[in-house]
Structures are given as C-alpha cells and as structure tokens.
Ligand binder design. Structure first.
Ligand SMILES: Nc1ncnc2c1ncn2[C@@H]1O[C@H](COP(=O)(O)OP(=O)(O)O)[C@@H](O)[C@H]1O
Ligand SMILES: [Mg+2]
Length: 220
C-alpha cells in the first residue's frame, strides 16, 4: 500500500501516510503500542474500512476505490482471526466454521467436506458437534482459525490472536499459525507478544501513532 491515510472521523488519524509492502507467502508481524493503528491496518487490508487517500494493492489490483459490489468477493480471499475469537456460542463448532460457505449457497456435500478438512487441519474434528463455550480458549481460537480458512484464502490476518490465552495455549496457536504459513498462506499478525516475535524471526512492521516507523519494506 502506498501513502495510505485512514481515519474514523474528523478528529481521528488512525493511519497516517502508511507505505508498506507484504510479499506473497510472507509472514510479517505488526507491533506497536495500544492505539498505534494495528487493528486499523488489518481492517483496511480486509476491506472492512476504506482508505480515503492512497493506494491499496491486493492481488495486484488497486482496491482503494473499489465499488461496494466487488468487496464481498475479494474479502473471501482474506481470512481474519480476532483476540476474542468472535464465535457464535449457540452454534456448534462445525456450524461456526461452515457459516461462510452457507451464505455463499455452496452445495451441502462441499460444505461438509471443506468443513471437515479445515477442522482436521486445526486438530478439532472430534469437537465438530461441541459448542464453543465448552471448549478451552486455545480450542476456540483454533475453531476461529478453521472458520477463517474455510475459503482457502491466500491471506490470513490475525489481530492479537493469543491476547486472551495463557502461555501454554498461546504456544498451540503459534505452532498452528506456523503450519498455516508453511502451507503457503501469507500471514499478517498484530501482536504484543515480544517473545513470539523475537523467536519467530520474521519481519516486524512497527507502528506508532498511525505511522510506520520501521519494517515497512521486505528488504530493510
Ligand atoms: N471504531 C473507532 N472509532 C473511532 N476511533 C477509533 C476506532 N477504532 C480505533 N480508533 C482510533 O484509531 C487509532 C488506532 O486504533 P487501533 O487501530 O485500534 O490501534 P491498535 O490496534 O494498534 O491498538 C486510535 O487512536 C483509536 O483510538
Ligand atoms: Mg488493536
């Protein structure tokens, strides 16, 4: 993205002149203090927010000024997971995962097959009929990751994915995200977890007050 500005209103400056580039199949972290703009950056990439100024290139296309009708299709190519999981508590694990395919009106057999496949990937086939509140935090986040992957998105965004988890459960999620990246998915992770960032040795995009202060480009 090039010289992107984004705000939530006249007095807010969520992202200021942000220029950065993330390569296909890369794994980058976004770090910085609370309020620095990490969540805004991810929301912009998943087209939940629009940038007023600048260019946002996704899959080789400038999507900054895209019409609303084209957004849902593009959004299917981007998965997102959140700190608080955002699962539907009254739906089973498999229903939570398949909801994105249901709204697309996919055939039942395909929905079953794909849902089974991503649940297997996150190691939760045996919990398909369980309800999220009965699962551990780590399991709930794995369900959320399965849901994010159900359309085989080339890009996965994760906003503080281990922010609500203790060290043991965080390690589970770290391992799973590493596996997903190893399968070729581009991974963008916003986190405060310095140990994770240090041990993973991936590029770090550092934000402060809406600006990229370091790590915006793949080579330095
Ligand atoms: N929905 C919103 N409405 C108004 N201001 C917001 C909203 N979300 C975030 N902001 C503001 O935008 C800035 C960046 O926030 P955010 O992207 O959430 O940062 P981070 O995720 O790094 O903590 C902050 O100043 C924050 O107060
Ligand atoms: Mg945030």
């Amino acid at each position: 993205m090039y010289h992107v500005h984004m705000s939530y209103g006249p007095d807010s400056r969520a992202l200021v002149d942000v220029t950065l580039r993330i390569a296909k199949a890369e794994w980058v972290f976004a770090t910085g203090p609370s309020g620095a703009g990490k969540t805004s950056l991810l929301r912009l990439i998943m087209l939940a927010e629009r940038c007023e100024v600048g260019q946002l290139l996704l899959f080789g296309q400038n999507v900054a000024r895209l019409g609303d009708r084209q957004i849902p299709l593009l959004r299917r190519r981007i998965g997102m997971v959140f700190q608080d999981f955002k699962l539907l508590p009254l739906r089973t694990v498999e229903e939570n995962v398949s909801v994105g395919l249901e709204v697309q009106g996919k055939p039942r057999r395909e929905i079953r097959r794909k849902t089974g496949e991503v649940l297997k990937l996150v190691g939760l086939e045996h919990k398909a009929r369980a309800y999220p509140p009965r699962l551990s935090g780590g399991e709930q986040q794995r369900v959320a990751i399965a849901r994010a992957l159900v359309n085989d998105p080339p890009i996965l965004l994760a906003d503080e994915p281990t922010g609500n988890l203790d060290a043991g459960l965080s390690a589970e999620i770290h391992g799973l995200l590493a596996d997903i990246h190893a399968r070729g998915t581009t991974l963008v992770v916003a986190t405060h977890d310095e140990d994770w960032v240090t041990s993973t040795q991936r590029r770090v995009i550092r934000l402060e007050r809406g600006r990229v202060v370091s790590g915006g480009m793949p080579d330095g």
